[in-house]
Structures are given as C-alpha cells and as structure tokens.
Design a protein around this ligand. Structure first.
Ligand SMILES: NC(=O)c1ccc[n+]([C@@H]2O[C@H](COP(=O)([O-])OP(=O)(O)OC[C@H]3O[C@@H](n4cnc5c(N)ncnc54)[C@H](O)[C@@H]3O)[C@@H](O)[C@H]2O)c1
Length: 361
C-alpha cells in the first residue's frame, strides 16, 4: 500500500499562457512529489502545445469544467487569466479539490470575498494564493532579520515592480482581464509590505487594517490602456491603521529589463532586496562605463519562487502541514489593490470603514 509519504500528488493545471507554460515545466520536471495528470486551456493551439510539451500521460481538456470533473486530480493549479479564476476555484472546492490559484484571486473585492469564504468553509482543503516574493530566498532572509529585530521597529516599506516594455502590446490585451496595474501588479508590493509591517499590531479594531489609500497613474507609452481605465505607470500611497506606511511604483515601460525592489525602513536601520535586478555578476567595463545585464522579466527574477511555492503546496497536502499564507492574506491585499485601482480611476483617496472594507461607491 502507498503511504502518504511516498505517493505523488495528482495535479491538474489550468491555463497554458505565459506563466502556465512555466508552471507546466516545473510540475513535470522539478516537483518529485507531484504528478501532472491533466491540463486545460480553451485557446486555439493549446492542445498541440500540450501534445508537444507535456508527457503523453497528461490528459488535455479544452473544456476546463470537464477537466475539473474528469481530470483525475486531487489538487488544481489555476494559472488562467485573472477574471476567470473565481468560477474555477469555486467549482474545484465544490468538487473537494485542493486549490492553488495565482494572484490575484479576482478583479474585485466582492468576488474575492466569495472565494475566500468558500475556501475557509472547507478547512480540510488546502487553498493557496502564492505571492512570489514570499517564496524568494532574499525576501525570506530579510524577514528573518526583521523578526530578529535587527532593523528595529519597521515603520515603512517602499517598493517597485517595473516590467520591461513589450512591443507586442501584450500588456494592453492582458489589461482586459487583469483588473488593472494596481490589482495585477501592485498586489505583490502590498503583500510584501504586509509581510514586513506588523499591520495588525496595536489595532483597537482588528478588522480595520487600513486607514486610506491614494494612487496616481500615467499612460506614458501604452495609451491604449486608457480604454481599460488602466495605466502603464502607477504610484501608490497606503496608510495602515496603525500608522505604518507603504509607497510603491509600478511600471510597464522600462527598457533595460525587469526590476522589482523592496526597501524596508526600521528605527535601527533599513534594508533593500533586489536594489539592482542583476541577471548575473558580470560587469562590462568599457568606454560607456560599467554595465550589467538586468533580469528580463519577473519569471526569471523569481524563478525559484515558482518552484518553492508548489513544493510547499504539495507538502502541505501530502503531509498535512500548514501553509505559510492564509486566504485572509490574499483578501487583505486584494482590498488595498482594488481600492488603489479605484483611487487612480476616480482621482480620489479611498478610506476604509470599520469593517475593514474600502469605501467605493
Ligand atoms: N509573479 C506572479 O505571481 C505572476 C506572474 C505572472 C502572472 N501571474 C498570474 O497568473 C495568471 C496568468 O497570467 P499569464 O501571464 O500566464 O496570462 P496569459 O494571458 O499569458 O495566460 C492565461 C491563459 O489562460 C487561458 N485561459 C483563460 N480562461 C481559461 C479557463 N477558463 N480555463 C483554462 N484556461 C483559461 C488563456 O487561454 C491563456 O492561455 C494571472 O492571474 C496573473 O495575474 C502571476
């Protein structure tokens, strides 16, 4: 008989896009505790891609619901366009499947709440929204310094998430289903700030973690984003209810590569992760000065995170271990991200009520 410790977790993957294709490779080649049993994506060409890139034992389904019902998985990884996550997650939980869903859960707070409530109502099922910076070795090292008190009391975080320009215009079509730059990208900066700032410390009302947020944005390169109420550069201010602060800059217009840095400010010192997103340690020294190559995208910078999070997910199911992120972490980050998107679109600050919800008409 196979014991829980030597069996593999049967996983079905939904979405074979930019991240889904990377996830497929990780699931097949880099997760000894996982067996990819099924994959689904309704787009034309997905079946051929699966036939060419996945082992023949992986069943392909153009219809995601059929894949949920007949794929033979006990856990699913939802790597589809953000606007399509919620129905898949809800159905998967109804079918008694463990769920890992790429960030963010949804493009609005109401849907996010519905999903989180459903996940919490099935505590026997694992549910993970894996924010990639939390699974990065450098961010984890900084967390240890913070927990050891080396930087004193952490009072502020300043963060960036800056994509390289994409001449194919991917970011414009992506925006139709992403929820906008603050919801899609900013949620990473918000989550990592919550990881370092003790945002529940000293609260008189534990439900209310945030006082107010404000966002501004530009369409410096991708003017077509205007039709989605989106920006290619976004700037955000978040005031937590205990006075801690987060500022961040998001962008889709760098020309050198991808940069994602986080600086943590404490009363005894500050620390920065990825101050420069070097792809390696080579420096070219010539008539132009000193140059290094930048990581091309987030998939390269956080390469190991996309392996580490799946390992944690599989281990949590196979060995019944707790996950390091809770559904509420995803919900709290989503509330702030959605409020910022609204603030940018309407040009107003967004205040949070005593229930901890952003006040958006
Ligand atoms: N760092 C990170 O954590 C990170 C990085 C990139 C993307 N993401 C998230 O991953 C998700 C996918 O992003 P992407 O860049 O790969 O997008 P993408 O547009 O490249 O791919 C999405 C894929 O999902 C497929 N799809 C749409 N609806 C589907 C359904 N109902 N069932 C199955 N497949 C469906 C589409 O055909 C497409 O192939 C998004 O939610 C995004 O926010 C997270």
């Amino acid at each position: 008989m196979t014991s829980a410790t030597d069996r593999k977790l049967k996983v079905a993957l939904f979405g074979l896009g930019r991240l889904g294709a990377i996830r497929a490779n990780i699931l097949v080649n880099l997760q000894p505790d996982i067996e990819l049993v099924a994959a689904s994506d309704p787009k034309p060409g997905a079946e051929q891609w699966a036939a060419q890139n996945l082992p023949p034992t992986v069943q392909f389904f153009a219809d995601p619901v059929e894949c949920l019902e007949k794929g033979g998985a006990e856990a699913v990884l939802i790597s589809t366009a953000t606007a399509t996550h919620a129905p898949l997650v809800l159905k998967a939980l109804d079918l008694g499947l463990h769920v890992m869903c790429e960030k963010p859960i949804a493009v609005d707070v109401e849907t996010t709440k519905k999903v989180v409530e459903k996940a919490k109502s099935r505590p026997e099922l694992k549910f993970l929204v894996p924010f990639c910076r939390r699974y990065d070795d450098s961010y984890r090292s900084l967390k240890k310094l913070v927990e050891a008190g080396e930087l004193g009391e952490i009072h502020a975080v300043d963060s960036t998430c800056l994509d390289q320009q994409d001449p194919t215009g991917f970011f414009v079509t992506f925006s139709a289903q992403s929820g906008g730059i603050f919801v899609d990208m900013g949620v990473h900066d918000i989550d990592i700030a919550r990881y370092y700032l003790d945002v529940t410390k000293g609260l008189s009302n534990p439900k209310k973690q945030v006082n107010k947020v404000f966002a501004l944005g530009q369409t410096a390169v991708y003017t077509d984003l205007n039709k989605y109420g989106d920006a290619d550069n976004g700037f955000a201010l978040v005031e937590f209810a205990n006075g801690k602060l987060l500022t961040f800059h998001l962008g889709r217009t760098l020309t050198n590569g991808f940069e994602g840095a986080t600086r943590v400010f404490g009363t005894k010192g500050s620390a920065v992760v990825n101050g420069n997103s070097f792809v390696n340690r080579v420096e070219v020294r010539d008539q132009h000065g000193v140059r290094t190559a930048t990581t091309p995208d987030a998939f390269v910078l956080y390469e190991k995170s996309f392996v580490n999070d799946l390992k944690e997910f599989a281990t949590s199911i196979l060995h019944d271990k707790p996950l390091t992120l809770t559904p509420d972490d995803a919900l709290e980050a989503a509330k702030i991200a959605t409020a910022l998107q609204y603030s940018f679109r309407k040009g107003v600050p967004v205040y949070f009520d005593e229930e901890g919800d952003p006040i958006m008409e």
